[in-house]
Ligand binder design. Structure first.
Ligand code: B12
Length: 216
């Protein structure tokens, strides 16, 4: 019951777009011994979904999305050290290149996935947002990546996930690297359609799928 109240407060901090409040609540969650990923999944992220709906309905605007995004980022940054500490693994399980595809600047989910992969023993190369297909290809070749993760939050930019796969093929790298996709408009069906090797709906599943793909 106590946790339910905290989750509600966390969602509200994101909906209201108050980073300071999000920081305090994330700190309180850690003090209370709450699993940091649970705080994100059950507390802060549902707030983001409410904001997304409000935006889609025309009740909220870009500045609202930005403030909520800042609150979400602040919460994750506060929880990150504990996320990394809890999942610590000694051996390097493999190399993952990750980024948000070209034309898309949504970074929060991608960064969370990157953090969880790093926390679970992967060497992660986070290329950031608005990453061109060529940048993905170059980095995959340069670091000899086992897996590449492509994030896209827009129905328009998921097409660029397909483009990255096409470029990997052209560069002769497709057989050497597994591709996992994610983001709100992505789906297992879309993964199959574009010839990706995997899809995950959230950061926890992303770790499971990447482990499978890397064969560890
Ligand atoms: C915050 C936000 C923004 C912020 C982003 C801030 C930032 N620094 O990232 C700002 C204000 C910049 C923004 C801009 C825009 N946005 Co916006 N945004 C959102 C919002 C509200 C939340 C996204 C978020 O951070 N969620 C929290 C994180 C933790 O969740 P997540 O991103 O889904 O990630 C999880 C999973 O998807 C998955 N995952 C994500 N990436 C990956 C990668 C891999 C490899 C794997 C395996 C898994 C995985 O795991 C993550 C962790 O669990 C969403 C609505 C929503 N409910 O998603 C709209 C939303 C995505 N935005 C939308 C739109 C339309 C826009 C704009 C076009 C608006 C405009 N007119 O300018 C611009 C686009 C700018 C651009 N070129 O990219 C629409 C997209 C609609 C569509 N069908 O395409 C949405 C759905 C809102 C809506 N309902 O209308 N946005």
């Amino acid at each position: 019951m106590e946790n339910e109240k905290m989750y509600g407060d966390m969602a509200k901090a994101v909906i209201d777009g108050v980073p300071d409040r999000a920081r305090v609540l994330a700190g309180e969650a850690l003090d209370a011994g709450m699993d940091p990923l649970e705080a994100i999944d059950k507390g802060f992220k549902p707030g983001m979904d409410v904001v997304g709906e409000g935006f889609a309905n025309g009740e909220l605007f870009i500045p609202d999305l930005m403030m909520s995004g800042e609150a979400m980022k602040t919460a994750i940054a506060t929880l990150e050290p504990e996320l990394l500490k809890r999942r610590q693994q000694r051996d390097v399980l493999g190399k993952v290149v990750i980024g948000t595809v070209q034309g898309d600047i949504h970074e929060i989910g991608k960064t969370l996935v990157a953090t969880m992969l790093a926390a679970n023993g992967f060497e992660v190369y986070d290329l950031g947002v608005d990453v061109s297909a060529q940048q993905f290809v170059d980095t995959v070749r340069e670091v000899d990546a086992d897996v590449v993760g492509l994030s896209a939050l827009l129905t328009t930019t998921i097409l660029n996930q397909e483009e990255v796969i096409a470029n990997l093929k052209e560069a002769g790298l497709r057989d050497k690297v597994k591709v996992i996709i994610g983001g709100v408009p992505a789906s297992p069906e879309w993964a199959e359609e574009i010839g990706a090797d995997g899809y995950a709906e959230n950061a926890t599943d992303a770790v499971k799928v990447v482990k499978q793909l890397a064969g560890v």
